[in-house]
Ligand binder design. Structure first.
Ligand code: PLP
Length: 483
């Protein structure tokens, strides 16, 4: 048998200089693409011919990197989801940063697996976790882990709270009759509901508590629900506060929730996907009081934190409880060692659902080192100021209607008597500004979430003008149709 051909087996380039030159062209294209965002439509529906090329047969034989790059630029980059564009205000999406992009390239080049073992990328993740623990007033002994996003971070938090209430035996025995209940506002993100399902506790065990006029969880209603459960022999195990509700950005009274959770002997978790990083902005920070008392906190760097997708974080006050929920025990192929590469005291695979993990922390570390927390706080504060400016503009226009209070960076409004869903879709297709929609008290609202650091007052103005023009157009055709 002939020996393996080493050259044929490796996927490294034959000519590194050609690779370098092509890599520079790819970087240049992406820098230009970012620099000229405003000159192109925010979004355009993918061309049917382009879509069809992504139903191609299996590529048994490879091709040239420059050809794949050209195809990417023409067919993928040109038809992206638009969230980097300053006019993007849909859903709650960040716009990424140039520094984050470059850091992603370095992370890809390094190709580190952050499941565990003893290497510096793990120290970078620990550094960011320690910075966040300090920022949010958690003890230095707190643990934390990067995850895809707050959906997963919330799921992990519910698991930790479940194990705390039912005992770690539940991992082996499964959930039988839980006899426990969780509480959150009815405006809580659906991923908390899904977490109750995925943890085997059941969505019926999540009590969705009414909200007040500002969209914040009603503390008296929460207390009544807890008392009713207790009277029925059901133990409260988890109280979830929203630091920014997904629909309208309402900030729950976190200090009040911390008191109630402590009184009930329940874990206090904060979903801070949207607003937790508001602690960096003087306009928001005072209203997040109580976040430092959370047992766990989930947040996203890929929203107001401006990191490229994806970058969620879970912080847990009690590191031992965190590990109890996720540790593999002593799987022989994952044994920690006293020395060598299998050394290292902190293996992230003991603190979350993933074994293989990418180096998400690097882009956040680079961004914090490069921009600094003050600049990020400035960006978050500006997003909230722009939201207030939009709300004021809506209130000043008799044809428009503000449909929810504005506490953070989200404005829900509509054209009086108009079809708001059609207005949002028309705006998206026009490609200058892109809000999304939501339903409030049974009515469709245009929802503008100001997240992107590139968004300015001119984009707010373009949104208002766009809604007015489309709403008036609808009224005219409605009148014409009625005639
Ligand atoms: C309040 C809230 N919680 C959770 C999530 C889910 O976060 P992710 O999309 O990062 O999973 C979102 C997403 O918008 C959110 O706004």
């Amino acid at each position: 048998m002939s020996p393996p051909d080493r050259q044929a087996a490796s996927l490294d380039p034959d000519n590194w200089e050609d690779l370098r030159a092509q890599g520079h062209r790819m970087l240049d294209d992406m820098v230009d693409n970012l620099r000229t965002l405003r000159e192109r439509p925010l979004w355009q529906a993918p061309m049917p011919e382009a879509r069809a090329r992504y139903r191609a047969p299996l590529p048994r034989a490879g091709g040239r990197l420059e050809d794949a790059h050209a195809q990417f630029m023409a067919e993928v980059a040109a038809y992206g989801s638009g969230n980097r564009h300053p006019g993007f205000m849909g859903w709650v999406q960040g716009g990424g940063t140039a520094v984050g992009m470059l850091a992603e390239m370095l992370a890809g080049g390094l190709d580190a697996n952050l499941g565990g073992r003893d290497h510096m990328p793990i120290e970078v993740e620990r550094q960011v976790v320690a910075w966040m623990a300090e920022l949010f007033g958690f003890p230095t002994s707190a643990s934390g882990i990067f995850l895809t996003g707050t959906s997963t971070a919330n799921l992990c938090a519910v698991m930790i709270a479940r194990d705390r209430a039912l005992g770690v035996e539940v991992r082996a025995e499964g959930v039988r009759d839980p006899g426990i209940a969780a509480y959150a506002s009815r405006a809580v993100h659906a991923c908390i509901v899904r977490a109750m399902d995925m943890t085997g506790l059941g969505t019926d065990r999540l009590r969705l508590i009414e909200t007040d006029a500002d969209g914040r969880i009603s503390l008296p209603a929460l207390e009544r629900a807890i008392a009713a459960d207790r009277a029925a022999g059901i133990k409260p195990f988890l109280v979830v506060g929203s630091a920014g509700t997904v629909d309208i950005g309402a900030l729950d009274d976190l200090a009040g929730l911390a008191d109630i959770a402590a009184g009930a002997g329940a874990t206090f978790h904060v979903d801070g996907a949207l607003g937790a990083l508001g602690v960096l902005a003087p306009q928001v920070a005072p209203r997040l009081k109580g976040i430092e008392r959370a047992d766990s906190l989930a947040l996203d760097f890929h929203k107001l934190g401006q990191a490229p997708y994806d970058a969620g974080l879970l912080l847990v006050r009690d590191a031992a409880a965190h590990k109890r929920t996720f540790s593999y025990g002593d799987a022989p192929y994952l044994r920690h060692a006293e020395r060598g590469l299998a050394g290292g005291e902190w293996w992230p695979c003991d603190y979350g659902p993933d074994l293989s993990r990418s180096f998400r922390a690097l882009k956040v570390w680079f961004m914090l080192k490069t921009y600094g927390l003050d600049a990020l706080g400035g960006v978050i504060g500006r997003a909230c100021d722009l939201a207030r400016a939009l709300a004021a503009r809506v209130e000043a226009a008799p044809e428009l209607e503000l449909m929810a209070p504005v506490a953070l960076n989200i404005v829900c409004f509509g054209y009086r008597g108009g079809d708001n869903a059609a207005i949002a879709a028309d705006l998206q297709e026009a490609g200058r500004v892109a809000p999304s929609t939501t339903t409030l008290s049974g009515r469709t609202a245009i929802r503008a979430a100001i997240v992107n650091h590139r968004t300015g007052i001119e984009d707010i103005e373009a949104l208002v003008e766009g809604v007015l023009a489309l709403g008036r157009g609808q009224s005219r055709t409605g009148e014409a149709g009625a005639r």
